[in-house]
Design a protein around this ligand. Structure first.
Ligand SMILES: Nc1nc2c(c(=O)[nH]1)N[C@H]1C(S)=C(S)[C@@H](COP(=O)(O)O)O[C@H]1N2
Ligand SMILES: [Mo]
Length: 348
């Protein structure tokens, strides 16, 4: 069993909600059901006076209003986003942080403009190695007063699908998702997609900000510098079948033929295979048609539910050879826990 939850964890859980797993039904997560993760406070931004600065080691620094950004070529891209801490509360011991079970995800249709052409316009100078993305939100974390910031290598930042997004699911960005502008980096854990984006700085040396060098690293023990957390490891989740109990959410299902369904995703490569198990007996699920490289893939499997207590599970495999483990490796930050989901159902 996991350790008891603290008041601080309760406070975080009440601020940052997950996606109810029944919302796995929707290919694009309806507004308000996408998970949220906000380290500090949601900044209040005036769209009129908002400017994005592109500066640092570049030939031509840029200052762009929202209108300037909207006049750039626009694209819409369905991207599945997942918090690196998803599954943290399922580890046996965990740091005091957002206590996710496995619902820190969502898929949005992001509208925006590709970053690469804007960076090219600014013209990184010889010797540029990374790009730092800075938000407008400030807070105190790890004893450091800071502005939320993360970097990418110049190569990762200029991938074609990296977007500066100003819209979500056909409307503007909501305040909690980064209004008026955010970065969207498909395939990477959510911390990479900096919200309330106000500055993009090209730098000559790797960035050592808190969210890069201290947080978001796989550490085996406190003194381990660890490896950076980057792309999303594969995961499959199932729409919990039947009906839920309140408040314990135990599942009850009528006997007979039923369809188990859910979605699977990976930031490393396309989903190649999803398996489902009833009481530990694994078989392949059927994959639905892909909905784009960066969106989760639907899957389903038929099950003739027999009366009694059953344990259902599912697991994903991607084309790069990554599979979900029964139990993910523990790490100090509680990141990337993609151990397989299990759901108990009572068929009656
Ligand atoms: N400026 C800023 N950007 C941020 C964060 C933040 O606290 N401040 N949280 C990050 C984390 S940890 C995640 S998982 C995603 C969550 O995005 P969402 O709330 O739109 O789902 O935003 C990322 N971008
Ligand atoms: Mo996150």
């Amino acid at each position: 069993m996991t350790e008891p939850f603290s008041q601080v964890e309760l406070q975080l859980a009440a601020r940052n909600h997950g996606m109810p797993l029944e919302a796995l039904r929707y290919p694009v997560t309806p507004l308000g059901l996408h998970y949220l993760l906000i380290h500090y406070d949601i900044p209040d931004v005036d769209a009129e006076s908002f400017r994005l600065e592109v500066d640092g080691h570049v030939e031509r620094p840029l200052t762009l209003s929202l209108d300037d950004l909207r006049q750039q070529p626009s694209v819409e891209l369905a991207v599945t986003m997942e918090c690196a801490g998803n599954g943290r509360a399922l580890f046996e011991s965990r740091p005091v942080s957002q206590p996710w079970l496995n619902e820190a995800l969502g898929t949005a249709a992001w509208a925006g403009t590709p970053l690469a052409p804007l960076l090219a316009e600014a013209g990184p100078k010889e010797g540029a190695v990374e790009v730092v993305f800075e938000g407008l939100d400030q807070g105190v974390e790890g004893g450091e007063e800071q502005t939320y910031a993360r970097s990418l290598t110049l190569d990762d930042a200029t991938q074609a699908d990296v977007l500066l997004a100003y819209g979500m699911n056909g409307g503007p960005l909501l305040p909690q998702h980064g209004f008026p502008l955010r970065l969207v980096v498909p395939g990477w854990y959510g911390m990479t997609s900096v919200k309330w984006l106000r500055r993009i700085t090209v730098v000559e040396r790797p960035f050592h900000g808190f969210q890069q060098a201290q947080a978001y690293r796989f550490r085996r023990h406190e003194d381990d510098p660890g490896e950076p957390v980057t792309r999303i490891l594969p995961r499959a989740l199932m729409i919990p079948p039947g009906i839920a109990g309140f408040p314990g959410r135990e599942r009850a299902l009528a006997p007979g033929p039923t369809v188990l369904a859910g979605r699977a995703w990976s930031g490393w490569a396309e989903i190649e295979r999803v398996e489902v198990a009833v009481d530990g007996d694994w078989r392949d699920a059927e994959l639905d048609p892909p909905a784009g490289r960066w969106a989760w893939r639907g899957w389903h499997a038929e099950w003739d539910a027999t009366p009694g207590e059953h344990v259902l599970s599912c697991r994903a495999h991607d084309a790069a050879g990554n599979s979900q483990p029964d139990q993910a490796d523990w790490n100090v930050g509680g990141y990337s826990n993609n151990g397989i989901q299990t759901i108990s159902v009572s068929v009656r």
